[in-house]
Ligand binder design. Structure first.
Ligand SMILES: [Zn+2]
Ligand SMILES: [Zn+2]
Length: 345
């Protein structure tokens, strides 16, 4: 690449392969459609030809500059499904043509206190796909091979993409929430629509909470087996054992605390949330707990993706061409679709 200028190589006069991507060049602006020279995978890396990439609320937080230490320009997207088309040196367990999924957790240091304790989701020096390393709103992407999940051949790229974050963070939230029977889901978007199906498979009861008056999403939740669906400021018909908050609204924390039983747990699953308003201690009293879930570990991913086919999860996706990623983001922001958005090159 030393001699390559633009997309032509002076040394060989041949066109160098290029890729197309939707790039965030400045925070709080629209992504830009760009053609950029293709990269070769370095040692320990793979290059993936992207088949589909899910659109996550975290992408909105990246675009909006709501996460610390943003890297721009950046290619967002961290629910990537594609096929390996180049392999760097030292990669022996993955091969060209293999289908893989690339999640949010793009790299960890392996040596910090958290990595050594098996809690790599809390690594002190992590790299995150689509946030601190380029992601999947592109025709191709480079990933650390150790953080790629082999996906096998069951299911379309588009249907699998939402599992890579919405599914994974939902899975981890459920694990942190514990084994209670009555589970409340606050915010019924991409993650909750997958979690509801997991809960049903596990024989548990789903109580879905949406924005007040959003009867369309409440009907969607019921179609996925929710025992009850209502407004987020309503009380459920039975006390909850666990409440998981996927929405980014801090006001939901006291509402969820009010809805859980003694000893119940409220799990905040988002990477970003508006401020939590002050609330009476009475809501926390009697050993109720409020906890957050951060990122994922590779063990989470391996376990969930191994079980997902048995659970019979069917993701509901709305497909956008890659160059319409801005439309996908604005539709997500406005809640214009049920389930998950996916961009496809
Ligand atoms: Zn995500
Ligand atoms: Zn670490």
């Amino acid at each position: 690449m030393l001699f390559c200028v633009g997309f032509f190589c002076i040394a060989c006069s041949e066109r160098v392969n290029s890729m197309k991507a939707m790039v965030l060049t400045k925070l709080r602006t629209a992504l830009e459609w760009k053609e950029i020279p293709d990269r070769q995978p370095g040692p320990g890396e793979i290059r993936i030809k992207v088949g589909a990439c899910g659109v996550c609320r975290t992408d909105l937080h990246v675009v909006d500059g709501e996460l610390p230490d943003p890297k721009v320009p950046i290619i967002p997207g961290h629910e990537i499904v594609g096929r390996i088309d180049a392999v760097g040196s030292g990669v022996s367990d993955l091969s060209i043509g293999q289908r893989v999924g690339i999640p949010w957790l793009g790299h960890t240091c392996g040596v910090c206190f958290y990595c050594k304790a098996g809690r790599e989701n809390l690594c002190d020096h992590p790299v995150f796909t689509g946030y601190t390393r380029d992601g999947g709103f592109a025709t191709a992407t480079i990933a650390d091979a150790r953080f790629a999940f082999p996906l096998g051949e069951v299911g379309s790229d588009e249907s699998l993409a939402p599992l890579l974050c919405a599914g994974l963070i939902g899975w981890r939230s459920l694990a942190i929430g514990g084994e209670g029977k009555n589970v409340g889901l606050y915010g019924f978007g991409a993650a909750a629509h997958i979690v509801a199906q997991i809960l049903k498979w596990q024989g548990r009861s789903v109580f879905a909470f949406t924005r007040p008056g959003d009867v369309k999403t409440q009907a969607f939740a019921k179609s996925l087996g929710a025992e009850w669906a209502g407004d987020s400021d309503q009380m459920p018909p039975a006390p909850l054992d666990v409440a998981i908050i996927f929405a980014t609204v801090g006001e939901l924390v006291p509402l969820a605390l009010r809805a859980v039983r003694k000893g119940g747990r409220v799990v905040c699953a988002g990477i970003h949330m508006s401020d939590i308003p002050k609330f009476p201690y009475q809501l926390l009293w009697e050993e109720r707990q409020v906890v957050s879930v951060a990122n994922l570990t590779r063990q989470d991913g391996l376990k969930f993706l191994r079980l997902a086919p048995q659970m019979g999860i069917v993701t509901q996706t709305t497909r956008y061409p890659l160059e319409q990623a801005n439309q996908a983001l604005s539709d997500l922001r406005a809640g214009r679709f049920e389930g998950a958005a996916v961009v496809v090159p």
